[in-house]
Design a protein around this ligand. Sequence first.
Ligand code: MHO
Length: 158
Amino acid sequence: MSEKATFGAGCFWGVEARFRELEGVLDAQVGYSGGNVDNPTYEQVCTDRTGHAEVVELVFDPARISYEALVREFFKLHDPTQVNRQGPDVGRQYRSVIFCHDQNQRETAQCVLTELDQSGRYAKPIATGIEPAARFWRAEDYHQQYLARRGGTCSLSS
Ligand code: MHO
């Protein structure tokens, strides 16, 4: 059994690397979602005119890791209070967004978001969008497992 989960949390290099470390995550691909151009290139997305977010699409085994655990990890690995940016990376492509594949995912995402928003952990309100999954466009090969291949790190806020 496997399920999909899709998250946008800034530059997808670091987001992919972090999720790949989790037990129960079977596969991860980086790509673009939530925009209005078919099969966009990275250069098009960087113009901030296509509306796509950089996202990671995960395949996971819900018997080994829950969707809720993935959502909690998503919030931990970036600053969800930043609007249309993540650290030095600015533009709608870096927005914080959860693309839900079904009603259960939507309820879980909303529940964790509300809990964290009310926890006092953040100085500002959480800006994360919760949207129905749109079409996923796989990014260029050179963006896949980018950090693993380069041995580098990405500027993540926490
Ligand atoms: N600031 C990053 C963004 C890359 S990411 C794939 C860089 O260009 O190094 O958007």
